[in-house]
Design a protein around this ligand. Sequence first.
Ligand SMILES: Nc1nc2c(c(=O)[nH]1)N[C@H]1C(S)=C(S)[C@@H](COP(=O)(O)OP(=O)(O)OC[C@H]3O[C@@H](n4cnc5c(=O)[nH]c(N)nc54)[C@H](O)[C@@H]3O)O[C@H]1N2
Ligand SMILES: Nc1nc2c(c(=O)[nH]1)N[C@H]1C(S)=C(S)[C@@H](COP(=O)(O)OP(=O)(O)OC[C@H]3O[C@@H](n4cnc5c(=O)[nH]c(N)nc54)[C@H](O)[C@@H]3O)O[C@H]1N2
Ligand SMILES: [Mo]
Length: 753
Amino acid sequence: MPAGGWGSVGEVAHILFDQRAALKDSALLAKQNKPDGYACVSCAWAKPANPHPFEFCESGAKATAWETTSKRIGADFFERHTVTELEAWSDHQLEDQGRLTTPLRWDAASDKYRPVAWDTAFAEIGAALRTYEREQVVFYSSGRASLETSYMYGLLARMYGNNNLPDSSNMCHESTSVALQKTIGDGVGTVVLDDFAQTDCIFFFGQNVGVNSPRMLHQLQEARRRGVPIITFNPLRERGLVSFTNPQSPVEMLTGQETAISTQYHQVKPGGDTAAIMGLAKAILALDDDAVAAGAQRVLDTEFIQEHTQGFNDFAQAVRDCGWPDIERESGLKRAALESAAAVYAGSSAVLGVYGMGLTQHRNGVQNVAMIVNLLLLRGNIGKPGAGVCPVRGHSNVQGQRTVGITEKPELAPLDKLKEQYGFEPPTKKGMNTVEACEAILARKVPAFIALGGNFLRAVPETVLMEAAWREIPLTVQIATKLNRNHVIHGKASYILPCLGRIEVDRQLGGEQAVTVEDSTACIHGSRGMAEPASHELLSEPAIVAGIAQATLDPNPRVDWDAWVADYGSIRDAIAETYPDIFHDFNARMWTPGGFRKPVGAAHRVFRTESGKAQFTAPEGLAGDPDLKQNPATMRLFTVRSDGQFNTTIYSHDDRFRGVYGSRMVLFMNRADLAKRALAQGDIVTLRSATDDGVERQVAGLVLVPYDIPEGTIAGYFPECNPLIPLWHHAKESKVPAAKAIDVLVERTGSAK
Ligand SMILES: Nc1nc2c(c(=O)[nH]1)N[C@H]1C(S)=C(S)[C@@H](COP(=O)(O)OP(=O)(O)OC[C@H]3O[C@@H](n4cnc5c(=O)[nH]c(N)nc54)[C@H](O)[C@@H]3O)O[C@H]1N2
Ligand SMILES: Nc1nc2c(c(=O)[nH]1)N[C@H]1C(S)=C(S)[C@@H](COP(=O)(O)OP(=O)(O)OC[C@H]3O[C@@H](n4cnc5c(=O)[nH]c(N)nc54)[C@H](O)[C@@H]3O)O[C@H]1N2
Ligand SMILES: [Mo]
């Protein structure tokens, strides 16, 4: 079965029906990701200037249906259920109740969420925030909120007195931001859509395109038709990377025509990418040595290396010192396989390096990303047409939030400019990222946690300890569209503030408002809501942030929160004043078809690193998890997503692409491992974390599914497996939780048959 195809059409029809979504006809979907429409709330993939008639995919249509559902959850629902009772509900059940409609405050006496007036909620939250130690309050955001909201939210935190702005990015592509900043001087990818049309080779690492960014399949399919090789490294043979039938092509649908996507598929061991890329580099150096010996054209782009890079000799030495047996063991791949991939690389003149969570969510996640850069630099594959590094971002505006100041790193925010613009002293102390916020919560040091979207508690590691600590936070505030686990497990005082979604019409004093988002290729787009709001009581995210800010902060004549809410154009003017290089003429440029691009120096070989050159980096070691010693009893678990979810939002319990239906409590295991451990398909197991740090971590009731997966490794679902991840088990420099390599012990407890 290919990705896309009739299965995809059936899935979309099903969810539209099930959610009785507002988009009964395709009028709404037709505006998805269009220059005059709204930006999809699913992934961050680029939105073309000349879109396909339907520039959406199965995943995007599901996300739209989920947001525009006609299901509602109002005060009557919360009157019927205590919050303790709701704790027993599944992630799917909670969100499937529909859109939140009214602001709520938890009532301790009845253990119920009860309606509260907006003004009262803001006043109470503001009064509490004024009493807390300002350096300890956390302002989290999930990467969906617009540039306008995010800018206001960052300002709120800094005017309040801290840089505690952890973001979903801290669990996601922060390894990218750190590695790319260090190696090429920009924390974002260098490619745009046009590069896909001009490339002659694509290397694809650890990203599940068919599920998580299916619109990119258009570019991959087109590249394949031009004969471009696509070389994939992924422990699982993911459908979208194997073949694709375009559900928007009547011919393909009728004829069942499929495009084979990957031309080489390397089932690398999880955590083995650094070793695999060392192998590629070793083979490339060997080809170059041969060329030198034969007096033929060099394989390395020596001119580029000389002019634009630093550190080549150390890197090359590390590669030469690294033996094939180590490479084969750590990558799980054969020398011959890596040599054949290297040969394709060496024969191509413009190569793209595309990747996702399979690289970033490891102890050595930053090193993994730096290895992709090394690979590309060898032949000057950065800063020329058809070539470059392409991290595939997750949430639809996660990259943009960083651009407008959502960052815990003060050096990444224009503090001097903010001081000049708004006349206050921005805090200079480093703020908490996600892992540090968790540490502070576990230490009972966080008096208040404000969440701009997301489902923090479900997305982070160390679930059991975190849930216990969470209940002791004096104040939790959730700005959200749907009920989730992080709302039913709450602080001592707790508010749920329901907001408009991006697809909804946003009416303010100045008329209907639009917002902006930045995609994975650093292009910034306008987005106009089109569906009627789920409830007349909803406020927009900017209005909620302004409400909290006004109730919490002393008035500042230079920040007119009300004027901003009345006309988002005035927020964009403020953004343009803070970041003139990126956002000049923002209001005029936001409707540019295809978006306007933020300047990315590396895309033009202007490397804004300390040395002014792109950096080769020799890896510290090959092992994916230097701190975890694998012993024969342990297995290495990596967590993945299915097509039935968007992160912790579970649309359904089916995984159509992997052939699992009705339950997410499954584990994918190699048949050889099953045999070795006297386990069988359908056996029920408990996983325990294989670390002796004194914390008991387990997930019970997982059913085994035999699967084509490297020996010694198992795959399970995010977020169901999160209780197994130790909080300290994160990428070293970026602190992204290492959700793709968790050492566990497997214990049989029964059989489902
Ligand atoms: N429909 C849908 N779309 C989404 C999301 C969603 O949940 N559902 N989530 C959004 C978000 S926030 C994000 S960040 C992105 C995530 O999108 P992806 O980056 O695709 O993330 P994952 O699904 O976690 O898995 C990545 C892939 O990495 C592979 N992998 C695991 N370990 C390794 C390894 O060590 N090496 C290599 N080479 N591969 C490995 C897995 O088999 C899997 O195919 O998608 C976004 N889009
Ligand atoms: N084990 C494991 N853990 C992981 C990962 C993994 O691969 N494996 N991936 C990590 C990654 S990449 C990420 S990005 C994080 C995700 O972490 P989060 O971004 O915190 O989680 P989501 O599940 O995306 O958040 C879903 C909730 O967002 C709210 N929401 C939806 N739309 C809107 C909106 O428009 N406005 C507002 N205010 N709220 C809205 C809804 O209430 C919904 O319940 O999880 C991380 N955790
Ligand atoms: Mo993400």
